[in-house]
Ligand binder design. Sequence first.
Ligand SMILES: [Zn+2]
Length: 686
Amino acid sequence: MRFAPILLLALALLTAGCAGTGTDTADDGIPENPNTNARGLDRKNLDESVSPCEDFYRYANGSWMDRNPIPADQSTWGIGNEMQERNYFLLRSILDDASDAGAAKGTNKQKVGDFWRMAMDTDTIEKQGLEPLQADLDRVAAAASADDILAIITDWHREGASVLFGFAIFQDLMDTTQYIGYAVQGGLGLPDRDYYTRDDDESAALRDKYRNHVARMLTMTGSDEAEAGAEADAIMALETRLAEASLTNVEMRNPATYYNIQPVDHANAQTPRFNWSRYLEAMDLGELETFSYAHPKFFAEMNSALGDTDLDTWKAYLRWHLIDGFAPYLSDAFVQANFDWTKELSGAEELRPRWKRAIDQTSGSLGEALGEVYVERAFPPATKQKADEMIENLRASIRSRIEQLDWMTDETRSQALTKLESFVSKIGYPDEWRDYSPLTIGTDSYVANVRAATAFEAKRNRDKIGQPIDRNEWGMAPQVINAYYNPVMTEIVFPAAIMQPPFFDGGMDDAVNYGAMGAVIGHEFMHGFDDQGSRFDADGNMKNWWSDADRAAFEERTARLVAQYNGMEALEGLNVDGQLTLGENIGDLAGVTMAYYALQKALEGENPGEIDGFTPEQRFFLAWAQSWRRNYRDEALKLQVNTDVHSPSMFRTNGPLANMPEFAAAFGCKDGDAMVLAADQRADIW
Ligand SMILES: [Zn+2]
């Protein structure tokens, strides 16, 4: 019952599961502001017992890493969490204020306030138990045919829950002036398909734990123990079938795997047991004559499963996914059971305090309603001005690098420059705020509010069909500490929350801000020129604008990066997947390179020389490394390496720098040092 928007390439400062933090008081106590006061560059974070040329990540962050153990309720701890910590206190004061009553019914303030209050009202949540889902449980229990099962799935899809498969509305990848529908693979309960197919002992043990968790949740919703065990086995078998027919996450890196436009009749013929016309009609999308039938192999297996899986298994499958989707909003028994499972993946030892979970959910469900107040309090106009200036300096530095690339022909080069000029940037918050007036948030239950908000989003997306492209739309709320590149819009987006210390520090010199925030701006720009983004042209259409020779030269260079990252060992026997992480690694290498040259340009205006014993170039690279500081639990590191397109922080830091002679020069590193790759291994891409 979850749904990731396709093809938004985010920075992911907050990676691998939980995006929360630790230092606080008891659940319902008034928290104290931890006042982190972290700066963009801090000499006391260094470990000067390590040479910068041997392990720059450790050199720049070692002391910070030693001083900042991971809080018990966290799976990792890094700069994003430090920033999030401050955010939580600000958001909490906004929410407390909104829920203090008096807000007129139907206003954003009332909606945000009631949502927050219901999320915090554990008395009501405990008293209600499973009641908020009883109608759904009864309906599943009463299902008497495959048609009943499909009707339930369809109704849940209308509410925005992607049970069994996903259906998204997104711009047409080959004609970005219109919105179309995408039917995509899904239906799994483990993080991705490889979790079902890996044959090592550890993966098998994890599958056992998952199966036991499914059984536990089923006993909590009516099955006796023997029934629940059999149901969990059958669910596992069904999900494994779906997984085996799914594409891997490496295959999904190719955007073309999302694109297979077919007439509705064709899809109907492929899946005789699933009628797409009826489904689309029920989704108020009956006018669609075609859609992207993205994953035919998956849907063929889904069709077979609809035919040969017994009704009781489908009923158990739906009950399991219903409870799995809503467990975080139910009574403590469900919250705890859900946490007992997710901690197997994240390694976190304790559940995060309710008020932080509630803030995350309010922010996730009512992002811009909350964001509107957030930016008034947290986003000074001067920050936007500085970001604009940095973005244009980055664009100029990218332009001049592309003009000088020796491996690219003039024809492709001119296309690349056209694309660069067409990039639009969005900073801080939307010009026009999302209209929440059709959404009702009340005081029935926490579950009902989460559902209403999800259904509102799903309908808002469906209503885009036939409408002009909304270029003002944001894919992240302003209070989210992240950034993204959207290839079909040719846009880079920086929410207000990322532009705060220590990531962006108005009180520090350019070298520091270019090393952190500037490199992120470069990273997002250069996603437009990575293995994925480079398949989209200046108008955002998935169209080849490369000559064959240039594409071959590009891939020869990126293959070096794949080989480098394949060789990085995160845990014993667990290496980074150079192919899965390629786009992010290209973004990192190119981003920090472009930011370095943008800084050089800025230094022509004003060069402060050495500060605190470091040259501007040294401060630039130190700020880069410190912006990636993070401690990981082993479980979290494993989850990230297995599922995340972002390499773990130590490799994101050191990997690009080892390719940069500019880095070696700044710290006097020599050939043969660990931080200096030999010329024939170095990836010189953008
Ligand atoms: Zn990225």
